[in-house]
Design a protein around this ligand. Structure first.
Ligand SMILES: Cc1cc2nc3c(=O)[nH]c(=O)nc-3n(C[C@H](O)[C@H](O)[C@H](O)COP(=O)(O)OP(=O)(O)OC[C@H]3O[C@@H](n4cnc5c(N)ncnc54)[C@H](O)[C@@H]3O)c2cc1C
Ligand SMILES: NC(=O)c1ccc[n+]([C@@H]2O[C@H](COP(=O)([O-])OP(=O)(O)OC[C@H]3O[C@@H](n4cnc5c(N)ncnc54)[C@H](OP(=O)(O)O)[C@@H]3O)[C@@H](O)[C@H]2O)c1
Ligand SMILES: *[C@@H]1O[C@H](CO)[C@@H](O)[C@H](O)[C@H]1NC(C)=O
Ligand SMILES: *[C@@H]1O[C@H](CO)[C@@H](O)[C@H](O)[C@H]1NC(C)=O
Length: 392
């Protein structure tokens, strides 16, 4: 093995979580270089898919993310002005903003870190842990534009591989409805050109969390402005849930509606508002709480729909093939330490995760369990666990 392919850590994924991990590893000054792998190095899904989405976190939390570790502070300071950080600094820190500000900040961090790590454009296809040696992980990378895999070796492998919208089977069979990608519906500029303007359309929206409310918002905007024959059937199985400020903490911080989505839901979508609201001119709400009710609601209403978008959460993207001394592993994430265990509950040395695919589990003062998803939440988690990751 070429000794130059030995690294102190391998970080997979250059979204907000991978960026936070690299910043923390650099701050802790491992003896050796970090190799960072991503096919794009453009800031992950926030940049590729959600630039037009309004944030549900305050601007101040994006600042906090960019100021959380010394390597970030150094590069923010030395970036020629204007830059993504100064653009963000012009916004009201107590308000939310369009995610393109956060996306540009992520890209600026990636570019600013380029000379301190080895950024490798490609995909990690697999990794093997040498069981009885100190070698650690041998990681296979398919470099962009190359058919050959290269291998690197490191004691630590950190997965920040992200998640994509969950797809569930359509609950009623043999319908000729077209699926709309949630990412498309969350991007008004693409949504406007994807849906025909001069045809009667009925779009089924399934769900009632952030993504679903933004989907409704975007579809209502379209119906109002350009697609006058567009109507929406909104299938929801629970009432609207909002984040609430408590004494020093936030109830439903990770599951409740915030920002513009919360405002829109409160003012236009609540049962007491919908019949009179602007949104109510286009949206028919279909309550499908409870299994029996759910199926009959779908059977009754879906056949009238021309399109369907599911906003029912996010699912981990496929992981690289992981093995231990050649034996396939099915690692289980430990939401507390950021590590992984094997099928027998034994710790998998040197394997860690962060981000929307591998978030921290939080228990609030009322005992509710939530998963901490958001740029600054990833940062806080990584900051807490990184000392353990680098200790051994
Ligand atoms: C619609 C939406 C809005 C959100 N709004 C906010 C918000 O306002 N504020 C906030 O703080 N958070 C927000 N979040 C939550 C969170 O910040 C984002 O989901 C964020 O994109 C998650 O970052 P990540 O790094 O975990 O994953 P991703 O952004 O998905 O990045 C993962 C990266 O890993 C790469 N990758 C995957 N597999 C491999 C492989 N095998 N080899 C190499 N590379 C690989 C991918 O190409 C990608 O670039 C939002 C999430 C969604 C879905
Ligand atoms: N910036 C923004 O405004 C924004 C926008 C979108 C997403 N996000 C972030 O991205 C992450 C994911 O959010 P998300 O809103 O996509 O998903 P989510 O928070 O994971 O919520 C999934 C929702 O889908 C519902 N659901 C699941 N299966 C269903 C089914 N079979 N039928 C009907 N409903 C079903 C769930 O209801 P039950 O509780 O009943 O299961 C829940 O309301 C969050 O961290 C969020 O903050 C942010
Ligand atoms: C934001 O809120 C904090 C705390 O409430 C306050 O101190 C600060 O002045 C506010 N900033 C702006 C720009 O309003
Ligand atoms: C590693 O060591 C264990 C216990 O000594 C042994 O059972 C196992 O076969 C070894 N694995 C390899 C790949 O050598």
């Amino acid at each position: 093995m070429n000794p130059s392919l030995r690294y102190a850590a391998v970080v997979v994924g250059a979204g907000p979580a991978g960026i936070a991990v690299v910043g923390n590893l650099l701050e802790r000054q491992l003896g050796g270089k970090i190799v960072w792998i991503d096919p794009f190095f453009d800031g992950g899904r926030v940049n590729r898919k959600y630039r037009e989405v309004p944030s549900n976190t305050k601007v101040s939390l994006f600042h906090a993310y960019a100021q959380a570790v010394q390597p970030f502070r150094d590069l923010v300071k030395k970036s020629p002005i204007p830059n993504a950080f100064t653009m963000m600094a012009k916004l009201d820190e107590n308000k939310t903003c369009s995610l393109h500000y956060a996306a540009d900040m992520c890209r600026a961090l990636i570019d600013g870190l380029a000379d301190q790590v080895h950024q490798c454009r490609g995909i990690v296809t697999g990794a093997d842990l040498a069981e009885n040696s100190s070698a650690g992980w041998t990681v296979r990378i398919r470099k962009q534009g190359s058919l050959q895999n290269i291998e690197v070796v490191a004691p630590r492998l950190i997965l920040c591989t992200g998640s994509s919208p969950t797809l569930l089977p359509i609950p009623v069979r043999e319908l000729s409805m077209q699926r709309l990608d949630l990412d498309t519906v969350l991007k008004p500029s693409t949504l406007a050109t994807t849906l025909p303007m001069k045809a009667p359309l009925v779009v089924a929206v399934i769900g009632a969390s952030h993504s679903a409310i933004l989907a409704l918002m975007n579809l209502v905007e379209l119906a109002r402005l350009s697609h006058s024959q567009l109507r929406v059937k909104w299938f929801t199985r629970h009432s609207l849930r909002y984040a609430e400020c408590m004494d020093g903490w936030v109830l439903r911080d990770n599951t409740g509606l915030k920002g513009l989505a919360a405002e829109f839901a409160r003012e236009q979508l609540e049962d007491a508002r919908l019949p009179q609201s602007e949104a109510g001119r286009f949206i028919e709400k279909i309550d499908c709480g409870g299994h029996e009710k759910e199926l009959s609601a779908y059977q009754r209403h879906l056949p009238e729909c021309t399109h369907l978008v599911q906003a029912v959460g996010f699912t981990r993207d496929p992981l690289p093939k992981l093995s231990r001394s050649g034996q396939i592993l099915n690692p289980e994430f430990d939401y507390e330490s950021g590590g992984f265990v094997d099928g027998e509950g034994r710790v998998l040395r040197g394997l860690y995760g962060a981000g929307i695919a591998f978030p921290e589990r939080i228990v609030d003062p009322y005992g509710n369990v939530e998963y901490a998803v958001g740029l600054y939440k990833f940062m806080k988690f990584v900051k807490r666990v990184c000392p353990m990751w680098t200790a051994s």
